[in-house]
Ligand binder design. Structure first.
Ligand code: SAM
Length: 232
């Protein structure tokens, strides 16, 4: 029997496209956004007390990955994109009901708006519910996951001098930790594991209103080439 759910708000995120978003929350603390609540939840009453909480769970819709036909097996990027696994053993975006969950840091609470960081959410993500993180219940010291046992390995991120100056200028304009955001996201190497990048091949992704371009001058090293206004 189908049930109807409707968003309680939408995320305005630093991430304007799926590529280069970290695969889980907390991997890029400089990834920030605002959860804008919709009526009737945009009143102070709905968030009263949240100022006593450091982190919240967001339950949301993978609105850019919704599918009519449910998949039983998926190929998670974490496994290189060429090994399939039961959908319920993964955090894949293509899943029944398209529901995602992320623990994010609550930076500031206002009526109708929550400032959040450490996000792994695309701009415009519809949020279905917010729940406070409860450390005594949510931290499980003895837990293990042999499929994803540790955070992704990080690779060094270097800058062309002009790109770093561009990023610093835009960071001031946006009042955002842009250099850190780019470094934290690219260090996780967003490229699909099966692609072997040549030094000539350029990659790009949009952060805030900026196009960031980079390449791999040698295996396992990223160099940021430019940070320029995104074409609208
Ligand atoms: N932490 C969540 C979870 O475990 O349910 C999300 C994990 S999922 C592997 C993270 C990826 O989802 C990101 O790297 C991004 O590419 C993608 N993503 C984020 N927001 C999305 C959205 N609204 N629609 C589709 N894909 C999204």
């Amino acid at each position: 029997m189908p049930y109807n759910v409707s968003p309680i708000g939408y995320v305005r995120s630093c991430f304007k496209e799926k590529f280069a978003i970290p695969r889980q929350p907390q991997l890029a603390p400089a990834a920030r956004g605002v959860l804008e609540l919709v009526a009737p939840f945009d009143q102070g009453d709905a968030v009263q007390g949240l100022e006593q909480v450091s982190h919240v769970w967001l339950l949301f819709l993978f609105h850019q990955a919704l599918e009519d036909k449910p998949r039983l097996k998926v190929r998670p990027p974490r496994l290189g994109g060429n090994k399939s696994m039961g959908v319920f053993a993964t955090r894949a975006t293509h899943r029944p009901n398209g529901i995602g969950q992320s623990v994010v840091k609550l930076e500031r609470v206002e009526a109708g708006r929550l400032w959040i960081s450490g996000i792994d959410l695309l701009d415009g993500t519809p949020v279905l519910d917010i729940k406070p993180y409860v450390p005594y219940a949510d931290i499980i010291g003895s837990a293990h996951n042999n499929i994803a046992s540790a955070a992704p390995e990080l690779i060094p991120v270097q800058w062309v001098d002009t790109a770093l100056l561009q990023a610093q200028d835009h960071a001031r304009r946006l009042a955002e930790p842009l250099v850190e955001l780019i470094e934290q996201c690219l260090a996780q190497d967003p490229r699909p594991a099966y692609q072997i990048p040549t030094p000539e091949r350029e990659y790009g992704a949009q952060f805030w209103d900026l196009d960031v371009r980079w390449h791999y001058p040698q295996s396992g090293v990223i160099k940021v080439l430019e940070v320029i206004a995104a074409k609208s």
